[in-house]
Ligand binder design. Structure first.
Ligand code: COA
Length: 384
């Protein structure tokens, strides 16, 4: 029976504004995304990761000297302490790459002498170190998993080129580099999604920024959030052949399964990031491997069917994760690294939000409406 005194509860905080922010805007009705006012497509067409990270952290595009400065700071922070490489090696083959990333990022605090300095200047410096080193950690997770040793970073390379260099031990092709430039930019920020909120909840206790970012990584891991890109490519591989697509999707939907890479709490139309990745994939497909061509054909058939069945009628459209898999595979990225790469890129958005939130911090402490019993009499264990 409904309780007359029951407050209005918004499960999953759906529709609840928790603060103001000028970092990113998601317009879920029109399918638009802005970083500090710039439409995402302008950034993915024209920018690079360093410039985008500067924009997110500082609120405006850098001038030449500011861009050189952040590029240099990111490059100089890249090398990983031996203890971090040892953690990665120890956890390799025993743990999921997201678990390794979470543990190694948390452990970075032990090597940062400014960890307890909560001044805005120190937090900005720590943010840049975290953004830089999370990419090195992800590359090293991939390198160690492939049986290689730690590849020391090359400071002369850009952030994304160095990531691919540390991952593969070789300079990337122009094509792989451009794919990953786009992927790093479009994953960098997405307003108050679950992982950004998780970051802010941890930081709102005035825990240090390493704790906050570690919380963000934990929240990103799940298949309802960052893990959907891996789940969606695994589904495409399970479908196997393009002609199996419709029967696979129909039977999954009939079994009440969710199709990973579709649907979004805020976008009730096409996710603009999915549009960018889809266009990229279509441009790529003629000169990509057979596997990428097959996955692309499956993805396009699945998209058509899902949009027809659930698009207009239920507001379920492709999200950023749906087309990401084939694009990553075209760049030679193993599936296990998709979500860690998402985290390495998103660290810039998390840090930007954290720095903004700390300017006017308030502890997050929502309420729960208690529905359990009260005033029970304690019963000794041998009388229960
Ligand atoms: C992201 C997501 C959690 C947001 O959805 P939400 O606002 O919480 O909505 P719900 O999960 O409550 O779903 C609402 C309805 O749409 C359906 N639905 C949502 N996403 C669906 C999907 N991907 N495939 C099939 N049905 C879906 C649900 O089954 C539910 O149907 P019902 O009302 O008949 O029970 C959800 O769309 C989802 O799980 N998508 C798959 C995971 C994914 O791609 N995540 C990445 C997000 S960027």
């Amino acid at each position: 029976m409904a309780d007359a005194g029951m407050p209005q509860i918004s499960r999953g905080l759906e529709g609840v504004y928790v603060d103001e922010s000028s970092v990113g805007k998601v317009d879920g009705q029109e399918g638009r995304l802005y970083y500090r006012g710039y439409p995402i497509a302008q950034l993915s067409d024209n920018s690079d990761f360093e410039e985008t990270a500067y924009l997110l952290l500082n609120g405006q595009l850098p001038d030449r000297q500011q861009l050189e400065s952040i590029t240099k700071q990111l490059a100089e922070s890249r090398d990983l302490p031996k203890g971090i490489v040892d953690i990665i090696k120890e956890m390799n083959s025993k743990a999921d790459p997201m678990d390794i990333l979470r543990t190694a990022t948390s452990a970075l605090s032990a090597y940062d002498t400014e960890v307890q300095d909560a001044s805005p200047e120190a937090n900005m410096r720590k943010s840049i170190r975290i953004i830089s080193r999370m990419s090195s950690i992800v590359a090293t997770i991939g390198s160690v998993a492939a049986g290689r040793e730690y590849v020391a970073p090359d400071k002369s390379l850009g952030h994304v080129e160095n990531f691919l260099y540390m991952l593969n031990g070789a300079r990337p092709s122009k094509e792989s580099l451009d794919i990953m430039r786009v992927m790093f930019i479009i994953h960098a920020e997405h307003s108050s999604n679950a992982s950004t909120f998780g970051t802010l909840v941890a930081g709102s206790t005035l825990a240090d920024i390493y704790s906050a970012i570690t919380a963000g990584i934990s929240v990103l891991k799940g298949p309802l959030h960052g893990g959907a890109d891996e789940a969606s490519v695994r589904m495409m591989r399970a479908i196997g052949k393009p002609e199996n697509t419709e029967s696979y999707i129909e039977s999954a939907l009939a079994g009440k399964q969710k199709i990973m890479g579709f649907g979004h709490r805020v976008y009730k139309t096409y996710d603009p990031r999915a549009r960018i990745i889809k266009e990229y994939l279509i441009r790529l497909q003629d000169h990509s491997s057979e596997e990428v061509r097959t996955l692309t054909a499956i993805a396009l058939r699945a998209e058509k069917l899902m949009v027809e069945k659930l698009g207009q009628s239920h507001g379920i459209w492709p999200n950023v994760d749906f087309f990401a898999g084939p694009v990553y595979i075209a760049a030679g990225i193993p599936v296990e690294l998709f979500t860690p790469i998402f985290a390495a890129s998103r660290s810039s958005g998390w840090c930007a939000h954290m720095l903004e939130y700390w300017k006017n911090n308030r502890l997050f402490r929502p309420l729960e409406y208690y529905t359990g019993k009260i005033d029970l009499e304690y019963v000794p264990i041998d009388k229960r």
